[in-house]
Design a protein around this ligand. Structure first.
Ligand SMILES: C[S@@+](CC[C@H](N)C(=O)[O-])C[C@H]1O[C@@H](n2cnc3c(N)ncnc32)[C@H](O)[C@@H]1O
Length: 144
């Protein structure tokens, strides 16, 4: 299985991903901030993990294969509409059929962006007190 992550931060999601994937899986994680990159690089030495200190927007140049999942917690609020659309389109093309994209955001308003790219998109709130919204999007592709 091949997974791509955008936005490492302190590596909490990264750690969870590593906990749940097999020994033969590969995780590419993109983090734009050098301090977070170095912190996680030291904290999580794992042969399945490749950390790339570069913006998620250029991920396709660094991921040489189709992937099963893309998991993102980068904020969309600082990105232009054009950048968001380009990123989602790149994510869609990079996914295998029946692959998933999950994105954590603090606003529900992006559901339209996801629905315009993915065949299936749903919004989940972990609980009613949570400020975070998680969007789960599926690329159905040609197999169904
Ligand atoms: C909300 S934090 C992520 C929290 C993290 N997943 C964790 O478990 O600790 C968002 C992270 O995305 C990074 N980031 C923001 N824009 C980015 C981009 N365009 N490409 C890659 N990383 C980005 C920030 O530097 C920050 O570390």
């Amino acid at each position: 299985m091949t997974i791509v992550e955008f936005g490492l931060g302190h590596g909490n999601i990264t750690e969870e991903i590593l906990r749940s994937i097999s020994d033969h899986s590969t995780l590419y994680s993109f983090e734009v901030n050098k301090d977070f990159y170095e912190y996680v690089h030291e904290k999580l030495a794992d042969q399945r993990l490749t950390i790339i200190n570069i913006a998620a927007e250029t991920f396709r140049q660094h991921v040489p294969e189709k992937v099963d999942y893309v998991i993102s917690s980068i904020p969309f609020s600082f990105m232009s509409r054009k950048k968001i659309e380009a990123l989602l389109s790149d994510v869609y093309s990079c996914l295998k059929d029946e692959g998933y994209f999950s994105q954590v955001l603090y606003s529900k308003r992006y559901i339209k962006n996801f629905r315009s790219v993915f065949e299936e998109s749903k919004l989940v709130r972990p609980n009613r007190f949570s400020l975070e919204h998680i969007f789960h999007c599926e690329k159905i592709g040609h197999t169904k």
